[in-house]
Design a protein around this ligand. Structure first.
Ligand code: URA
Length: 464
């Protein structure tokens, strides 16, 4: 029997599991043990053995296993290794065996972790702590499983414009000046010392409470009583149920990230362009090479608004020069429109991406990214005031209209917006590029060209 001492993190499990699998060590011959526990047996330290590419474990399993590894029970590591072993040496499609006991156990744990993550998102309550002129929002929560890291995308998106920290007994996570960091945990007693006035805490809760959103019965049935103890606002609930939830919207509005404070008032296009790199309304700017401002003459009669710069636009600092931009240029050329006579810009000014095997893969901007960047677009459009405003795709339309618009339903329609009496919505050229079927791709491209020709005709009529 080998005792594997590891630090109960997925990365450490994976490093050990890889070496053990390479050596074909059977799952029944291993016991996984958390490093703090100590051991009477000789333990095997395989953490620095070289990695192998020979093991072919489906990526999906690794991703799900990472999630399941949050399940707070040491037997989880055994289960994950057993499944990995069976996948590698017996059945690559094991995870699709719906009645296999190990698979069922895996799914059960996944469901419980997922439920716990959901609870964390619903029940974390921040308390505002004022320090000098700044506020930091603190929360302490006791999840059943190790879900803190998995909740990071939710909290960074929802509370993007605030500085906050969430503590659990084992670990903590903070978002200070748009930077996410993980650290050690603290006990509930220490957490309470953050704030001597529960009143602040309650006021905060009162400001976000929305009876329509939070189902009290569900809260009571879903949330173990011990969580209620950590919610001083519990005593306010009855009173709050009776009150109107209007403050919720105002609260979220005030917390929403916005570029507004960085956008100079009554500025020219070149002053706006010069001010853009200072903006730190959202985290995307800091991850991009540099934000990409619009390009084209102030007198342009037609404005095209895209979603956000892509990889090439990010590296070169100009909008619409990558593959989607080239397709747009092709359509403009066929319609007899010069790039230099139109104004090209984007709803979001910085390239949002994630790492995928060393490549920067485009990530769609969220509604919050679009709203945060909107003051830049608004200022550009207020200056150019185009005859025709073209929204390329749903993100552009969302920014221009201030709400979600269905691209398909809007085809051929002309809308009046505060920026232009002739606002139209077309598919984004990248949707054409992504189309796998060549005939359908050609049909979409021809339709796109037809739309651009039609808007050129419309523009010509408007100046006659
Ligand atoms: N796609 C966009 O939406 N904008 C660009 O600038 C490039 C690609």
């Amino acid at each position: 029997m080998k005792i594997i001492i590891h630090d109960s993190t997925f990365d450490s499990w994976r490093t050990h599991a890889r070496s053990l699998l390479e050596e074909k060590i059977h799952f029944d011959d291993i016991v996984w043990q958390a490093s703090s526990g100590g051991s009477f047996f000789d333990h095997v330290d395989v953490s620095d053995r070289k990695k192998s590419s020979a093991l072919n474990i489906p990526r999906e399993f690794i991703e799900e296993a990472q999630f399941v590894s949050a399940f707070r029970d040491e037997s989880t590591w055994n289960l994950l290794y057993k499944l990995a072993y069976r996948i590698v040496y017996f059945d690559r499609n094991l995870m699709s065996m719906a009645l296999d006991n190990d698979v069922l156990d895996f799914q059960r744990r996944m469901k419980l972790v997922s439920r716990d993550l959901h609870k964390m998102k619903a029940f974390v309550r921040f308390r505002e702590i004022k320090k000098d002129d700044e506020s930091i929002y603190m929360a302490w929560h006791r999840p059943d499983h190790r879900v803190l890291k998995f909740s990071a995308p939710f909290f960074t998106d929802r509370f993007n414009g605030m500085n906050w920290a969430i503590f659990t007994e084992e670990e903590s996570m903070s978002w200070i000046n748009n930077k996410l960091e993980f650290g050690p945990g603290i006990s509930q007693r220490e957490a309470e010392a953050f704030d001597s006035t529960e009143e602040l805490w309650k006021t905060y809760y009162a400001s976000i409470f929305n009876p329509g959103r939070v189902k009290i019965k569900m809260m009571k049935s879903e949330l173990p009583v011990r969580h209620w103890k950590t919610l001083p606002e519990a005593e306010l609930i009855d009173q709050l149920i009776a009150e109107a939830p209007a403050r919720l919207d105002a609260f979220y509005e005030s917390q929403r990230p916005s570029a507004l404070q960085w956008v100079p008032k009554e500025a020219t296009l070149s002053e706006l362009r010069a001010a853009l790199p200072n903006c730190s309304a959202c985290v995307n700017c800091s991850r991009a090479t540099a934000p990409v401002f619009g390009e084209g003459p102030e007198t342009a009669r037609i404005v095209f608004v895209g979603e956000q710069p892509g990889n090439e636009e990010d590296l070169n600092g100009s909008p619409f020069i990558g593959p989607a931009g080239q397709l747009l240029m092709e359509a403009l050329e066929i319609a007899g429109i010069l790039r230099s006579e139109v104004y090209l810009t984007n709803a979001v000014k910085s390239f949002k991406w994630k790492d995928q095997n060393g490549f920067r893969k485009h990530v769609n901007p969220t509604a919050s990214d679009i709203a945060a960047c909107r003051p830049w677009l608004k200022s550009e459009l207020d200056i150019v005031r185009p005859h025709i405003l073209v929204c390329l795709g749903a993100s552009a339309a969302q920014s221009v209209f201030g709400k979600m618009m269905k691209v398909g339903d809007s085809h051929g329609k002309v809308f009046q917006t505060s920026f232009s009496d002739k606002t139209i919505i077309l598919s984004h050229p990248s949707a054409i590029l992504r189309m796998p079927n060549p005939e359908e791709k050609e049909r979409l491209f021809n339709q796109f060209v037809g739309d651009i020709v039609a808007l050129k005709d419309l523009s010509d009529q408007l100046i006659q």
